[in-house]
Design a protein around this ligand. Structure first.
Ligand code: ASP
Length: 415
């Protein structure tokens, strides 16, 4: 069985929803569809999730919400009408939207989470209506009913392992399609909590693990994951296959196609992930697979940069003789809730370039080649850190040199 997740840009219009349905129907294994809220229809459009955040804000201030509710509802109505659904069938969506401010919430954060969650919750209901209208045997499954439980912050929740036991109890008939809303789950006390933004990817991964799927297909609007940022490199190659940990290293330094937190359930269940394009479904996209049996065909899989890092340079004699010094420094950072990236190093604005590839483990000259080629272009690294796993090298450069450094490294290893 396959879990198939569609992002907001893949479900923004009736036409794209039709494409998504076609994808689902073209493979009987694609039984569980995880949906995001309708995204942007064009570059100036507003995502339904962002409209809901505005709605929550207005509701909290007891302002008039008629206009925003109509705006949100019109997004669902537009999709419903595309498939010939009557307004009487769609009225339930408007009703739920109108009732949102009247539900009880423990505090404002939970109110915000519940409003946001309805982007996906209503979209899953709508898509179920559409499928049924087309005579397709389908069922809307809500996280509350499925027993998807989370803890932590209401708008940055963490899945509770109990969810997997609950998912194990759910029976899916062989000829049935499940439509599941992404992005949110329930707290043990029955409130809605969402993952961080883009979190429908996480729901897809949880279901993939919970339902013991053979594959987690993640449909977006690009042909897989590129080896470098297309805003920096013109027409970069797309990555055919990469390992979980390569994806992890790259996503933490700026690759945003796939939510980094979504890797964890997939890794735990050892379920391969396939990032694909809704508008070009025959393109193989990018496979993200377990490390075992992976044979790299390039030394480097991807290169990325992340700007706006600060470096603290601490200078003290006889540091090596003093026990507990770094511990105390880290304690200060911890007390102020500041995450850190790199230990051994005036404050300046830095960028971090991340070069990632399983293929680097067999080749011992990669770091030299990188440093030499940067040096040839007059870029001197401010710091270098090779991960113990040997599949990544992190190079600190001055912020203004970051894009150029990515280009140099990309050209060196991909052209
Ligand atoms: N709709 C949510 C967001 O815009 C979650 C998602 O799309 O994955 O962040």
């Amino acid at each position: 069985m396959k879990i198939v997740k569609f992002g907001g840009s893949s479900l923004a219009t009736g036409e794209s929803v039709a494409q998504a349905i076609q994808i689902i129907l073209s493979d009987p294994q694609r039984q569980v569809m995880v949906v995001s809220a309708p995204g942007k229809r064009n570059t100036t459009d507003i995502k339904v999730t962002d409209l809901l955040i505005k709605y929550a804000d207005l509701a909290l201030k007891h302002k008039n919400c008629v206009e925003i509710v109509n705006k949100i509802f019109s997004r669902y109505q537009e999709i419903g009408h595309y498939f010939g659904l009557a307004d009487t069938e769609l009225s339930i969506i408007k009703q739920i939207l109108l009732e949102l401010p009247n539900q009880g919430y423990p505090n404002e954060k939970y109110l915000l989470a519940a409003f946001k969650a309805h982007g996906e919750r209503l979209n899953a209901r709508l898509i179920t209506l559409v499928l049924r209208h087309q005579g397709i045997n389908s069922r809307f499954l809500d996280p509350a009913e499925a027993g998807l439980i989370v803890t932590g912050e209401p708008n940055d929740a963490i899945v509770n392992p109990e969810s997997y036991l609950n998912l194990d109890q759910i029976k899916i008939k062989a000829d049935e399609r499940i439509v599941f809303p992404g992005f949110f789950c329930m707290t043990p006390s029955g409130n809605i909590a969402t993952f961080s933004r883009g979190g429908s990817d996480i729901t897809g991964a949880i279901l993939a693990r919970g339902f013991h799927a053979d594959l987690y297909e993640n449909f977006t609007d690009v042909n897989g994951i590129f080896a470098a940022n297309p805003h920096i490199i013109e027409h970069p190659q797309s990555i055919k296959k990469m390992t979980y940990r390569e994806m992890r290293e790259l996503s933490y330094a700026g690759f945003s196609v796939f939510h980094d937190e979504a890797l964890i359930p997939a890794i735990q269940g050892q379920i391969p992930i396939n990032v694909k394009n809704t508008h070009d479904p025959s393109n193989p996209g990018t496979m993200i697979v377990p490390e075992k049996d992976f044979v790299p065909d390039n030394a480097i899989t991807g290169v990325t940069s992340q700007k706006h890092f600060s470096a603290l340079y601490l200078h003290k004699y006889l540091l090596n003789k003093e026990a507990g010094f770094t511990l105390r420094i880290l304690q200060i950072l911890y007390q102020h809730n500041i995450p850190y990236e790199h230990m051994p190093s005036g404050i300046e604005d830095y960028a971090i370039i991340m070069v990632v590839g399983e293929g680097m483990r067999q080749k011992h000259t990669i770091s030299r080649q990188i440093i030499d080629s940067l040096g040839d272009h007059d870029i001197s690294p401010q710091m270098i850190n090779q991960g113990a796993s040997q599949i990544s090298i992190m190079i600190g450069t001055k912020k203004e040199k970051a894009d150029e450094a990515v280009k140099i490294i990309y050209q060196k290893f991909f052209n």
